[in-house]
Ligand binder design. Structure first.
Ligand SMILES: NC(=O)c1ccc[n+]([C@@H]2O[C@H](COP(=O)([O-])OP(=O)(O)OC[C@H]3O[C@@H](n4cnc5c(N)ncnc54)[C@H](O)[C@@H]3O)[C@@H](O)[C@H]2O)c1
Ligand SMILES: [Zn+2]
Length: 357
């Protein structure tokens, strides 16, 4: 098992990464959340796969366990669902010190975290991420939220977990497409911060895809470490956290223009290549490094090109985001693999050229 220490003063916590950690949940929890009772929030998909295992472990150690499920899907990351969960928490007599365990992907983590941040003004929150994306990205950093209508993550808070337990063996049941989604964020983290990790991914891609224990553990550990280190320097997203948006300025626009038919990871993959091309056009990235990024993305089974999507609509969607932020289109652009800079000086014409290639 590997441990990452997220140092945030009195909000500090550990991220534990390893195989079969679900069977040790009670032990791992004992220091963080000493209580006779806990609540698990999950969905039926993850419950069927891992619900019994985690419950068995917790019950064996004498804890009272309530398992609450919400339907599977982003559309249930809503205030309605949160309202239902508040009701169920009351009905099972959850108290101020009753920890809430989020067992699932990013949707469950964001939703359960939001509920934990507000129920009785905040109860202990434990992340048990079971998708690659959640293990390397969404479970770390304390952003919890629900969607509001079409607006993603509009109602939320910064609320750090007390502990993150990433059991890498749960990734064995993850559909290939979801795994690829997570790989987009893994590659992103390497490009923004760590050239040697980028090389590691390339050299070990077959073993990563086969989920060989040590290799997948190392991969999750290195990607999660990058996210954690950025969060430690900018907990509330006022500066440095912008670098995590590499691939996302264009990625978000691609996602929304496709009406979410293109998944987040696929859109970010396309976004990373388009944004690397922008950096090339601005003279801040070399062609061979662009090629390396593009090759690794395509080896992971992620798309590298926009197919039939309308470039004008994408440009419009980017401009629309700009109005929503601060009047500038902000990009995190790679300078080298392993080093990124943030700029709002990219001309729309350059964005268009990059999209058209
Ligand atoms: N809080 C943050 O900082 C942050 C960062 C990035 C993304 N997010 C959010 O994360 C969400 C996306 O998360 P996601 O990609 O994990 O999607 P998800 O939670 O929808 O999970 C994807 C699918 O995989 C299933 N699943 C989960 N674990 C499984 C397993 N081990 N085996 C088989 N199936 C499994 C889920 O039931 C779901 O159907 C979005 O709502 C996004 O806004 C949050
Ligand atoms: Zn992302």
């Amino acid at each position: 098992m590997k441990t990452i220490k997220v140092e945030l003063g009195d909000r500090s916590y550990d991220i534990l990464i390893g195989g079969s950690l679900l069977d040790r949940t009670a032990d791992l929890l004992s220091e963080t959340a000493p209580t006779g009772k806990c609540v698990i929030i999950t969905n039926p998909t993850v419950d069927n796969l891992y619900g019994d295992r985690i419950k068995k472990n917790l019950l064996k150690s004498g804890l009272t366990v309530n398992l609450l499920t919400v339907p599977d899907g982003e559309e249930y990351k809503s205030l309605d669902t949160a309202g239902r969960l508040f009701q169920e928490l009351t009905e099972c007599f959850a108290e101020r010190n009753t920890p809430i365990l989020a067992l699932g992907g990013g949707v469950i983590g964001d939703l359960a975290g939001f509920v934990a941040s507000t129920y009785m003004r905040g109860v202990p929150f434990i992340q048990i991420p079971t998708t690659l994306l959640a293990q390397v990205d969404s479970s770390i950093g304390g952003k919890v939220a629900v969607d509001h209508g079409k607006l993603k993550n509009k109602i939320g808070a910064f609320y750090q977990p007390k502990l993150v337990i990433s059991d890498t063996t749960t990734l064995k049941t993850l559909p290939q497409k979801e795994f690829a989604n997570g790989m987009a964020e893994v590659i992103k983290s390497a490009v923004i911060r760590d050239r040697s990790f980028f090389n590691f991914i390339r050299e070990n891609l077959a073993a990563i895809t086969k989920l060989e224990n040590d290799i997948i553990e190392e991969t999750v550990f290195r990607a999660a470490s990058i996210k954690a280190s950025v969060v430690m320097q900018d907990e509330r997203d006022t500066g440095l956290r912008n670098i995590l948006n590499f691939g996302h300025t264009i990625g978000h626009a691609v996602e929304s223009v496709s009406r979410f038919k293109i998944s987040h990871g696929q859109a970010v993959a396309i976004g990373m290549i388009a944004e690397a091309k922008i950096s090339l056009k601005m003279g801040t990235l070399k062609k061979n490094e662009l090629n390396e990024i593009e090759d690794l993305i395509s080896y992971c089974g992620l798309p590298t090109r926009l197919s039939e999507l309308d470039k004008d609509s994408i440009l419009q969607a980017i401009q629309h985001d700009k109005k929503v932020t601060n009047g500038k289109i902000r990009f995190a652009l790679p300078r080298n693999i392993g080093d990124v800079y943030v700029t709002d000086e990219v001309e729309p014409a350059v964005i268009r050229e990059a999209l058209e290639e």
